[in-house]
Every structure is written in C-alpha cells, then in structure tokens.
Design a protein around this ligand. Structure first.
Ligand SMILES: [Zn+2]
Length: 211
C-alpha cells in the first residue's frame, strides 16, 4: 500500500514534469519469476507479483523489513522506468545503461526526503543479501549488470555523496573505503547534474533540483 501510494505520487509528478512522446504503461503481472522488466516493443514496465511475494516472504515481520520490501519494489520500478525514459526520450547513454538507470532510480528516491533514504537503505540491504547468495563465476563479469556488491557500494556512495553530514555512520563505521568515500560528493553531483541536463529538454516547466 505504501509502495502504491508512493508510486502514484511519483508517476503523477513525473507526468507533470516530463513531456514524453509516447505513453509508457506501468503494469503488474504474473511472470513466473521474481523480476521487473521494460519491454520497448510495447513500451511497458512490468512489476512481477512474484517479486513482491518473494520479498514479503523473506522480510515480513523483520525489523526494518517494510523498508526492504517497499524500497526494493519502488527501486525496481524506477530502475525499469529509467530504461523506459532512455527508450522513449532517446536519451544518450555512454557506459552501462544498467548503471545509468540505477543512478536515476537513486536520484528519484533521494528526492523523497528521509522516507526515500530509508527505502534506499532497504534496497542496499536487499542487494547485499542477493550478492551474498550469488555464486560468482567468470561469466558473472560478462553481465550487463554490475556485480551486486558494486551496486550496493554505489548506492551507499550516492547517499553519502548527496550530503556527507546527514549519515555520519557511513563515514564513522567505515561503510565505504576512504578512497571511494572521498570521491562520492563529486560523483553524486556529476550524476545529478548529468540527469538534469539529459532531462531538461523534455521538461514541461523548467525546474531546478528535480531530475
Ligand atoms: Zn535494468
């Protein structure tokens, strides 16, 4: 329910803020696997019931579990919505598209205030568990997705980079090695500014600080 409300608000905000040449359908469906996807031929983002169910079964009743479930569902949808925007707006992407749309999903979540931060931490918790369960082999490095742990470190880096003083535990408890941590504010600014520039020509009303 929280996820539903969150997404309604987000979809309405995106609709108000961006002019896209084609409608993108947001749908929920049974897919046979716990996943989410974007299909360019029918311009549809699909969230699989199996993903919601698998998350619920794993985290229901656990402390902070609601942030993991809601955060992961919302993040998965935003990630797929990112693929949809790249497609319908014909946005340039250099580097891995999977990384780029993780950035957009993170930016959109971080804009929702403390609730968004908590949800994003839930996503990091989920990705960490997924990464621990993953058996890495040589082919893992051929994937178009980053290794789970890399995605986790990215998320933590961007949360930290937006405002290093907001969550001092990231620094104090050594969640990131200093060599990466010190670069995160600049890394976050770069990705935020890049998305703002990419989306600016598609704004209905020019606005600031809103990817
Ligand atoms: Zn993807």
């Amino acid at each position: 329910l929280v996820a539903g409300r969150f997404l309604d608000t987000l979809a309405a905000r995106l609709n108000q803020s961006l002019a896209v040449p084609h409608d993108v359908i947001l749908a929920t469906a049974h897919c046979g696997e716990p996943n989410a996807s974007y299909e360019p031929d029918i311009r549809r983002v699909t969230l699989c019931y199996e993903l919601i169910e698998a998350l619920r079964q794993s985290y229901a009743g656990q402390e902070g579990g609601e942030y993991v479930v809601t955060g992961t569902v919302v993040f998965a949808l935003m990630h797929e919505l990112g693929h949809a925007l790249v497609d319908v707006l014909d946005l340039p992407v250099t580097g891995r598209e999977e990384d780029a749309v993780d950035q957009l999903a993170t930016l959109l979540l971080l804009e929702q205030g403390p609730a968004g931060d908590s949800l994003l931490s839930g996503v990091a918790a989920w990705l960490t568990l997924m990464a621990e369960a993953d058996e890495l082999d040589d082919l893992s490095f051929a994937s178009d997705h980053g290794i789970g742990q890399q995605r986790v470190y990215n998320l933590i880096c961007w949360i930290y980079g937006r405002d290093p003083n907001r969550y001092p535990e990231i620094r104090d408890e050594g969640w990131l090695p200093a060599t990466r941590r010190d670069r995160c504010p600049a890394e976050y600014r770069r990705l935020r500014d890049s998305w703002q520039r990419l989306l600016a020509p598609h704004r209905r009303i020019p606005s600031r600080g809103d990817p």
